[in-house]
Design a protein around this ligand. Sequence first.
Ligand code: SAH
Length: 347
Amino acid sequence: MKQSFYDLNFSDLEAVVNQNNLNPSVAAVLFNWHYKKKQSSQCHNKISKSSLAFFEQNFDFFLPEIDTVYESQKDRSVKFLFKLKDNHKVETVLIPFNNKYSICLSSQVGCAMNCSFCFTGEQGLKRNLTTSEIVGQFLKAWRWLAANRPGEERILNIVFMGQGEPLHNFDAVKKACEIFLSQHGTSIGVQKITVSTAGYIPGLKRWSREAPGVNLALSLHSPFEEKRNELIPINKKYPLDEVLAYIDKIPLNKKQFVTYEYILIKDFNDSPDDAKKLGMLLAGKSAYINLIPFNSFPGSRYRCPDLDKVEKFKEVLDAFKIPTLIRGAKGDDVLAACGQLNSNNQY
Ligand code: SAH
């Protein structure tokens, strides 16, 4: 089987070019064509016939296919169901903000974490995505915007908050980040990429040494051990205090902070006591809290909290001087909001 061109970061591609005695400029030309210009055709710009033939013979340029597009009627969110080569399916979401978009990428088919509040967990883990399947979600979503909402093909932020636990698929996610960051390609800034984890320690251990400087988010959801065990079963194996200790070791630059995500679930973790304990846990850290009112999905056992409870929760955190944002649900009419992705459940 041919290797996918989209599995190569820039230095991999340079190595291929060197080993095969091709013109050294070919690596930059190809990255520019496929990632900056986001062309779907073969590159025919500033590249010799023999180099082109080499890549056609040795690499495939296949990307996941768009199976179904769901456009929110409420806001301009778009959810894509992608079909992979082996017929597995994953979802990707474009989230609008001021005529621009953030993209929420999947890193695995399904997920092994089995969090009790998340629709994806019910699918179980089928397999990891390859780097080409991750960057492919971005390229295909961009091209869809260019074709269907011309002028709006501006995807400025990338979040790994779709299906899967990105740190459970460290190598492919890392390489995808390197491709997004490459100056020869999409050239997205380190501050614009966020990888979100449920607290998978083997991945966090590698993070401080190997991560390409992008932002990290932790799904915290409860400062109390028992409640977190119920929500995120891997907390039994990788408890929160250890997770936080690893995160504290990650070197951050002055402008950087770690995002802590907190789902608010009615009558479960939405009381002022929960907020106070959370504040005590995070006070003094370079932290930013995202409060996410629970999004329901078919068969979910939890409920969304009342708005006044959400606001009270934030007030308690404000007293700890931790910047806190209440995240509004976008795209929930097409099951595109946080925790609503499930590629087995199409309606
Ligand atoms: N596995 C990673 C990334 C996927 S989830 C992680 O756990 O961080 C991305 C965010 O959506 C996480 O903060 C997750 O906890 C949250 N989420 C999952 N299900 C949700 C739901 N039903 N309602 C609101 N947020 C949810």
